[in-house]
Design a binder for this molecule. Structure first.
Ligand code: URP
Ligand code: ZN
Ligand code: ZN
Length: 472
C-alpha cells in the first residue's frame, strides 16, 4: 500500500521545507514536490501542518516490578499513549532485580512486549548484579540486538550496583562497544539521609527531595564519569535534574569523556513545590532524582537549547493513587515515578518551541534524531528521508487543549501535569507507513510494533590511565 502526504512543511533536526512525502510499504520512498506516485495511492492532506519524524522516547518503564508494586501501564496502553502523543518508538528499561538473572529478565521483558506494542521499541538492559554468569549473558543479549546497558547507582539492595560491579559492567561495555546509561545518585547517602529524616519524624513527601539533595546527584554523576574515563566506555546520564549534576557532566564532556546527557519532561516543567503539596497530591510528584528547586528549570532549558543536554525523555513510570499511598507516613516507601509518555512532545513543543526557549530543530533533535543516533537507530528512525522508516507525525499547531487524566490512554488515574495547556498535538501518526492515530484517537493495529535490533557502535577507546588516544 502506498501513501502520499501532501502540502505539509517537513521539519527535521537539520532543516525545513515544503515537501510531499511518498511512502511505499513501510519506508519513505521520496521527499519532494511533484512526486510520481502509483495508481491507487492513498493521500493525506497536510496543508498548514508540520511534519516531524516520529519521536523517540529513550527512557521509559512499562513492565516494572519496583518498590513493592508494579508500574501501572501495559505495553498496549503505554504504546498507544505514546503514539497519541507522537512518540513512535520507545526504549524501555529492562530491569530485573538483583536476585534475577540478566538473561531470565531479558526474556521476560521481551515476552511482555512482543505482539502487544502498537509502536516500535527497543530495550536498555539493566545490570543489577554482576556475578560469574553475568558476562556471558550480557554478551548473548548484545548479540540479540540490545546494544545498550543500564546501571543504577541508586536504589541500594534492589537495582543498585556497587562500584566494583559498575567497573565490571563498564569494562565489558567498552569491549563490546555498547553505551551504558546510568541513574546517578549516591545510594549510601540516600539511605542514610532517609533514615535520619524519618527518625526526626519527617515522613511526608516533602522530605523526599531533602533525602536526595542535589549534591548527592552531582556526586553520582561525577563518579560515573570517572569510571567511564578509567574504562574507556561510552556513557549516558539519565534524568539529570539539577545544575550541580549538569556541571559535573559537562566538566567530564570537556575533558573528553564520552558522556551524553538526558533530562526528562518533569524536570523541565515541575519543581519541588509540587511534591511539597499536602498528602496524596505531593506523593503523585515523587520521583528520583526528585523535582528540584525552581532555579534549576531555566538552567536545564538553557542547557537543552545549547545542546549540552543531548536528549529529552520521559522516564515514564506511572503509579496510581492506591500505589502512591503505600508510602503514607513514610516518604521512602512512596513508589518513585511520574508518567509522561503521552505528553512529552506536546508539552516540550508548547513550553519550549512556542515559548521561545527551544529552537524547533533542536526540539526535533533532542526528542528524535539524537536518541536515534546515540542508540543505533539512525537513519532508520529520527529523520525524514528516502529509505527511512515511514514513522511520521503530522502536527497540528492550531490545536488548543489541556492535559487531563480523564482523556489519557495511559492506565493511570491521574496525570502529574493535569491542567497544563497545550498548543499543538499530532493530527495523524504513522508507524512504518500505517496510520495508527487520527486526531488524538488510536485507530491502528494494536500489535504492529516490532523490537528494533541494534548494533554496537562505540568502538574501543583506550582508558585515560592507559595513555591512549581515540581509536574510534
Ligand atoms: O522515580 C523514578 N525515576 N522512577 C523510575 C525508576 C528510575 O529511577 O528511573
Ligand atoms: Zn532512574
Ligand atoms: Zn527511569
Amino acid at each position: 500500500m502506498a501513501l502520499l502526504i501532501k502540502g505539509g512543511e517537513v521539519v527535521t533536526a537539520e532543516g525545513r521545507s515544503r515537501s510531499d512525502i511518498y511512502v511505499e510499504g513501510e519506508t519513505i520512498a521520496a521527499v519532494g514536490r511533484k512526486l510520481c506516485v502509483a495508481p491507487g495511492t492513498e493521500e493525506i492532506d497536510a496543508t498548514g501542518k508540520l511534519i516531524f519524524p516520529g519521536f523517540i522516547d529513550p527512557h521509559v518503564h512499562i513492565h516494572l516490578p519496583f518498590m513493592a508494586t508494579f508500574a501501572k501501564d501495559t505495553h498496549a496502553t503505554a504504546s498507544q499513549a505514546a503514539l497519541i502523543g507522537g512518540t513512535t518508538t520507545f526504549i524501555e528499561m529492562c530491569c530485573p532485580s538483583r536476585n534475577e538473572d540478566a538473561l531470565e529478565g531479558y526474556n521476560t521483558w521481551k515476552q511482555k512486549a512482543e505482539g502487544n506494542s502498537a509502536c516500535d521499541y527497543a530495550f536498555h538492559m539493566a545490570v543489577s548484579r554482576y556475578d560469574e554468569n553475568t558476562e556471558g549473558q550480557l554478551r548473548e543479549i548484545v548479540r540479540d540486538g540490545t546494544a545498550s546497558f543500564k546501571i543504577f547507582l541508586a536504589y541500594k539492595n534492589f537495582f543498585g550496583v556497587n562500584d566494583e560491579e559498575m567497573f565490571h559492567v563498564l569494562r565489558l561495555a567498552a569491549e563490546l562497544g555498547v553505551i551504558t546509561t546510568a541513574h546517578c545518585e549516591n545510594a549510601e547517602l540516600v539511605a542514610q539521609l532517609q533514615q535520619q529524616l524519618l527518625a526526626e519524624g519527617k515522613t511526608g513527601p516533602e522530605w523526599h527531595e531533602p533525602s536526595r539533595p542535589e549534591a548527592v546527584e552531582a556526586e553520582g554523576t561525577s563518579r560515573f564519569a570517572t569510571f567511564l574515563e578509567q574504562t574507556g566506555a561510552a556513557g549516558y546520564v539519565v534524568h539529570l535534574s539539577c545544575a550541580p549534576a549538569l556541571q559535573a557532566a559537562v566538566a567530564a564532556k570537556l575533558r573528553g569523556v564520552r558522556l551524553s546527557i538526558e533530562s526528562v519532561l518533569p524536570h523541565f516543567l515541575l519543581d519541588k513545590s509540587f511534591a511539597e503539596r499536602e498528602g496524596i497530591e505531593g506523593m503523585k510528584h515523587v520521583m528520583s532524582p526528585p523535582l528540584r528547586d525552581k532555579r534549576n528549570l531555566s538552567v536545564l532549558w538553557d542547557a537543552l537549547q545549547a545542546g549540552l543536554i543531548d536528549t529529552v525523555g520521559t522516564d515514564h513510570c506511572p503509579f496510581d493513587v492506591e500505589q502512591k499511598l503505600l508510602g503514607e507516613g513514610n516518604f521512602a516507601q512512596i513508589p518513585n515515578g511520574i508518567g509522561g509518555i503521552e505528553d512529552r512532545v506536546n508539552l516540550m513543543y508548547t513550553y519550549g518551541v512556542k515559548r521561545g526557549r527551544l529552537d524547533i530543530h533542536r526540539f526535533v533533535d533532542a526528542l528524535s534524531a539524537r536518541p536515534a543516533k546515540l542508540f543505533g537507530l539512525f537513519p532508520r528512525k529520527g529523520t525524514i528521508a528516502a529509505g527511512s522508516d515511514a514513522d511520521l507525525v503530522i502536527y497540528d499547531t492550531d490545536y488548543r487543549g489541556n492535559v487531563s487524566a480523564a482523556a489519557q490512554r495511559s492506565a493511570n488515574d491521574y496525570n502529574g501535569f493535569e491542567g497544563f495547556s497545550i498548543e499543538g498535538r499530532p493530527s495523524v501518526v504513522t508507524v512504518r507507513g500505517k496510520v495508527q492515530v487520527r486526531e488524538g484517537v488510536f485507530v491502528g493495529e494494536p500489535g504492529r510494533g516490532r523490537m528494533l535490533r541494534r548494533e554496537p557502535q562505540y568502538g574501543a577507546r583506550k582508558s585515560v590511565n592507559a595513555g591512549g588516544s581515540d581509536a574510534r
